[in-house]
Write a protein that binds this ligand. Structure first.
Ligand code: ZN
Ligand code: ZN
Ligand code: ZN
Ligand code: ZN
Length: 358
C-alpha cells in the first residue's frame, strides 16, 4: 500500500475521507488511481483536486450516504449497472442490519478490510468481477449478523434463527460481522490457537476459494493435486468431519501453513493464497515506504519476494515484541509450504491481465 498527498501536501492514508491538516474532503479518483482531495462547485458537483486530472467525480452511495466508503466514480462514465456504487461496493449483496447498535461501526471496519483486499487484487491485475463483467463465478459479498429469535417470540414474528458462517460458495463470500467485533475476534483467536485473526485475513482466505473456482477448477486440477493433494478423495464433508473429530496431524507444522490448512486441499490452497497476499502486501508496503529497494509483485521473482518478506519479518517481529504486539510474520515457511505458495504466485502471474497502456 502507498500513502498519498493532499493538495495541502499533508500525507493522507488509504482509509481517510478527510485531511486532518486542511479539512479537505478526500476520495479515491479512478482516473488518478489514487486518493485525492476533492472539491465541490456551487452545483454540488465534485472534482478531483489533482491539477493534471480535474475529472468530475461522484461519491459512491456508501460514501455519500452511509459513510463507510471513500471511493468516487468518474461522473462521465457512470453506468446504470453501478447503481450508484463504486467499483468495490458494487459487489455487496447484503449489508448488516443498521438498526442494530454497533453494526455500522462493524460494517465500516469490514469495508476498510475489503478495500485493502481489492486494492491488492488490482495491484496483481487479477481478473475478478460479476455477471455484468462476464466473470464466472460472479463475485459477491454478504456481510451478516447471526439472527437470534427474540426471547418474547411473538406469534407474528416470522424471523428465523440464522447462524452465519464465514465462507465462500459459488463466488459469494460471506463474512459474519462478529469478526469485526474486537473482543469477539480476539476470543476466537485464542480459543482456536491462531497466531493472527483479522478481518482482512478472512477476506484473503475466502478470496483464495474464489480464485480456486476461477483459475483451477476444470483448468489445472491435475497440477493443483500434484502440489496440494487429491481434493476429491476424501471429499470435503468427510474431511471436515474428520478434522473436527480428530484435529490436525501432530507434525502439521512441517508442511502446512496452519492447522486449518490440514483439513482439505481446498483449505490448504486458501491458506496458502492468504499467505501469498500477505507477502505481496508486506513487500509492496515496504517498497512504497522506501524500506526496501524496488520490488514489483508482478515482475520480481518469488524467491526475491520471500527473502525480502523474511528480512522484514525479522525486523518487525522484534519491533512488535518491543511494543508487546503480536509478531508481524508468525510463521516460519518450510520448503513444502513455500512450494504451495509459489504455486499460487505462478498461477496468479499467469492470470494477470495485460497492462492497457505502457
Ligand atoms: Zn490537506
Ligand atoms: Zn483524479
Ligand atoms: Zn464504495
Ligand atoms: Zn476456507
Amino acid at each position: 500500500m502507498k500513502t498519498f498527498s493532499c493538495t495541502c501536501s499533508a500525507t493522507v492514508f488509504f482509509e481517510n475521507s478527510q485531511c486532518v491538516a486542511c479539512s479537505s474532503e478526500l476520495g479515491w479518483c479512478p482516473a488518478c488511481n489514487a486518493l485525492r482531495a476533492i472539491s465541490q462547485d456551487t452545483n454540488g458537483q465534485y472534482y478531483c483536486g489533482e491539477s493534471k486530472c480535474g475529472r468530475r467525480l461522484t461519491k459512491c452511495h456508501n460514501y455519500a450516504v452511509e459513510h463507510v466508503c471513500n471511493r468516487c466514480m468518474l461522473t462521465d462514465t457512470m453506468s446504470r449497472a453501478d447503481r450508484g456504487f463504486c467499483d468495490y461496493c458494487r459487489f455487496n449483496d447484503t449489508i448488516p442490519d443498521l438498526r442494530k447498535d454497533g453494526n455500522r461501526e462493524k460494517w465500516g471496519r469490514i469495508e476498510i478490510a475489503k478495500r485493502r483486499l481489492l486494492y491488492t487484487l488490482d495491484l496483481l491485475r487479477l481478473p475478478y468481477g460479476d455477471a455484468n463483467d462476464g466473470v464466472i463465478p460472479p463475485l459477491a459479498f454478504d456481510f451478516k449478523d447471526d439472527i437470534k429469535s427474540p426471547p418474547y417470540n411473538i406469534w407474528w414474528d416470522m424471523s428465523k434463527e440464522e447462524q452465519v458462517y464465514t465462507g465462500h460458495a459459488n463466488g459469494k463470500i460471506t463474512i459474519n460481522i462478529r469478526e469485526a467485533d474486537h473482543v469477539e475476534r480476539e476470543k476466537a483467536r485464542i480459543s482456536f490457537g491462531e497466531a493472527h485473526r483479522t478481518v482482512i485475513g478472512h477476506f484473503r482466505h475466502e478470496m483464495g476459494h474464489y480464485f480456486w473456482d476461477l483459475l483451477v477448477l476444470n483448468k489445472c486440477e491435475a497440477d493443483f493435486m500434484a502440489t496440494f493433494g487429491d481434493h476429491n478423495n476424501p471429499d470435503y464433508s468427510t474431511a471436515l468431519e474428520h478434522y473436527y473429530k480428530n484435529g490436525p496431524a501432530a507434525n502439521w507444522r512441517k508442511t502446512y501453513i496452519s492447522a486449518y490448512a490440514t483439513m482439505h486441499p481446498w483449505e490448504d490452497f486458501a491458506e496458502s493464497f492468504a499467505a501469498y497476499l500477505n507477502i505481496v502486501t508486506v513487500v509492496d508496503t515496504a517498497f512504497n515506504s522506501t524500506l526496501i529497494p524496488s520490488i514489483d509483485p508482478l515482475q520480481s521473482s518469488f524467491e526475491d519476494m520471500v527473502e525480502q518478506y523474511w528480512n522484514l519479518g525479522l525486523l518487525f517481529n522484534e519491533m512488535n515484541r518491543a511494543m508487546g504486539l503480536l509478531d508481524l510474520v508468525p510463521v516460519v515457511h518450510t520448503p513444502k509450504m513455500l512450494e504451495k505458495v509459489k504455486f499460487i504466485h505462478v498461477l496468479l502471474h499467469n492470470a494477470a491481465k495485460p497492462l492497457l497502456h505502457a
